[in-house]
Design a protein around this ligand. Structure first.
Ligand SMILES: C[S@@+](CC[C@H](N)C(=O)[O-])C[C@H]1O[C@@H](n2cnc3c(N)ncnc32)[C@H](O)[C@@H]1O
Length: 553
């Protein structure tokens, strides 16, 4: 079934700042990381993870499901547990789903697909009991705990390991027990919550979801942690030794993979790498694009936000954008997105569209378009005149684009094409004024919004991505008419996916040359080489890159 906007799927919401690896048929292993695991499969996966050690409930105590998949109402009440705080129970299950079920850590999706009743079914199936339904405040706490426990996973595990008897008991720890400890450690060390309440609550969760002995263990470890923290004697990774040793220490302290620290230290220097990691660990802020095609100007949007007391300020860089400082959930709950009045779009993505500079009557092709963040923004700039062909290899995501285009009233200027760009460009002799290639990339510029991404990305991915980016550039350039424009963009901050890809392209295609972007974006975003680059720390937005290339012969 088509994913609809009302499903509020993370892919839709976080479109621009998200990164996707190709479902490249030539590289089938690529698609593995692309999708969330089917919710139907999740309980099986988690059960497996749980039973690696001790099952959380015996088979006789497992909740019975009706044939429809819903819970029998008598079961619901029987299993209701009022002693466990609901937000911790839900957070523990979400963490399990993200780690073992391949779900996205979606910071906006609090009431969408996979939550609400569905989510309580996961809770019951995973923990063996239900909790009371979540209130708004609980939902905010779930989001905070899940985001924080994922971001800080490496650092939290370092602390947990330091308080375990030995490394083997840490390595063999039941997955659910480990999630509960991570929640407790995160709350005590990073959220500075009243420690004894945190200890009690997490002990209860371990006791009911696992067994009394697990509760005792959580109690012992958390109490040791509280005492170390009170005495200011938490272990600290030592920043000394050679580059590799220093990278390892920084990776632990700032909770990132070692390879990322080494790479950023190489390209940015240690100080800037540290600042970037601190940024990635900060709660993200979101920006909204007012949908002028639906008759909502930025001023109208601001009026609505003022009425709802959402803390915001107009973007300094883009006319239609508003930066939300606090109250994003209010925007979601009031249906602004579902009604298509505005979209969640990072300014960095909006600026990449400015590099292409879509104008009424332009004939544009968006080569990797789904789920459509940039296509829809470009379409709104055409003001009903011109045409955008939106290609994507992923049918499901393309359907999201189609439906959102209708919702936002820009469908009359968009035509969707489900195809692999490479074969499309080979078999069609079409030429366009403007070609956008928003390439699949590592997403290293959007780690603050995608807390799980840092753990899912591997250094090896970069090599595969780089050759895919080259192939897609070679295909996209075939579609550019004489004097036409090709914009290559990513949401990565890695020079090998950005500047290096463009340099390599220009060697292969001397018929293109760089047009400096300073006419299209504020000068602080333009690099010496004439490219667009946003830096999270400097500009307080996601990291992104774009190059504007013109076919001159
Ligand atoms: C970074 S995302 C694009 C995001 C999109 N531009 C937006 O703003 O919402 C990259 C997209 O490239 C698509 N893709 C990957 N390989 C492709 C190929 N060979 N042909 C066409 N699309 C491809 C993926 O399905 C994915 O949707």
């Amino acid at each position: 079934m088509a994913a609809t906007v009302t499903n509020f799927h993370p892919v839709f919401l976080l479109s621009d700042s998200d990164s996707y690896i190709s479902s490249n048929p030539r590289k089938p292993n690529f698609s593995k990381r692309l999708f969330t695991t089917s919710p139907l499969l999740f309980p099986t996966i988690v059960s497996h993870a749980l039973t690696q050690n001790t099952p959380p409930y015996s088979s006789s105590s497992k909740p019975k499901l009706k044939k429809t998949g819903g819970l029998d109402s008598s079961e619901k009440t029987q299993k209701l547990n009022l002693q466990v705080s609901p937000h911790r129970a839900v957070a523990a299950v979400r963490l399990m789903r993200i780690e073992f079920g391949g779900a996205f850590a979606d910071l906006l999706n609090e009431r969408g697909k996979g939550s609400g009743n569905n989510e309580m079914e996961y809770v019951e199936r995973t923990l063996g009991f239900r909790t009371r339904d979540l209130e708004e405040r609980d939902l905010r706490m779930v989001t905070n705990i899940v985001g924080g426990a994922i971001r800080w996973r490496k650092y939290l595990d370092y602390l947990i390991l330091s308080l375990c008897h030995d490394e083997i008991s840490f390595r063999n720890m039941e997955p659910l027990l480990l999630q509960i400890l991570r929640i407790g450690f995160y709350e005590i060390v990073k959220r500075e919550m009243p420690p004894y309440a945190v200890v009690d609550e997490n002990v209860n969760l371990a006791k009911f979801a696992l067994r009394p002995g697990a509760g005792n263990m959580v109690n012992g470890i958390l109490r040791k942690l509280v005492s170390l923290k009170d005495n200011d004697s938490l272990p600290v990774p030592k920043l000394d030794g050679n580059d590799r040793a220093q990278a390892r220490a920084l990776a632990t302290t700032h909770s990132h993979p070692v390879w990322m620290v080494r790479r950023w230290t190489k390209y940015l220097g240690q100080e800037a790498a540290i600042k970037l990691m601190i940024w990635n660990n900060t709660d993200p802020s979101f920006s909204l694009r007012a949908n002028i095609a639906k008759g909502l100007t930025r001023e109208d949007l601001i009026t609505k936000l003022n009425i709802l007391k959402v803390l915001h300020e107009p973007s300094s860089y883009l006319d239609d954008f508003v930066c939300i400082r606090r109250g994003m959930q209010i925007v979601i709950q009031n249906g602004f997105l579902k009604e298509g009045l505005c979209s969640v779009q990072d300014e960095s993505a909006g600026l990449a569209v400015s590099v292409l500079d879509p104008q009424p009557d332009d004939c544009i092709i968006d080569c990797c378009a789904a789920p459509g963040g940039k296509t829809l923004f470009m379409a709104s700039r055409l003001k009903g005149q011109g045409m955008i062909s939106a290609i994507d290899i992923n049918k499901g995501r393309l359907r999201i684009l189609e439906e959102t285009a209708k919702l936002q009233c820009v469908d009359s200027v968009i035509s969707c094409i489900h195809a692999d760009l490479r074969s499309f460009a080979d078999s069609n002799n079409l030429k366009f004024d403007k070609v956008l290639l928003d390439a699949p990339c590592s997403g290293l510029g959007v780690l603050s919004k995608r807390p799980d991404l840092r753990w899912n990305r591997k250094l090896e991915d970069l090599e595969e991505l780089k050759s895919l980016q080259d192939e897609l550039l070679d295909a996209a350039c075939k579609l550019v008419k004489a004097d036409g424009v090709l914009v290559y963009s990513t949401c990565s901050i890695d020079p090998e996916e950005n500047e290096e890809r463009v340099s390599a392209f220009l060697i292969r295609h001397p018929e293109f040359q760089i047009e400096p972007v300073d006419r299209y974006v504020p000068s602080e975003f333009s690099t010496e080489q004439g490219f667009y680059r946003s830096c999270p720390v400097k500009h307080s937005m996601d990291g992104a890159f774009a190059a504007r290339l013109v076919r001159w012969q």
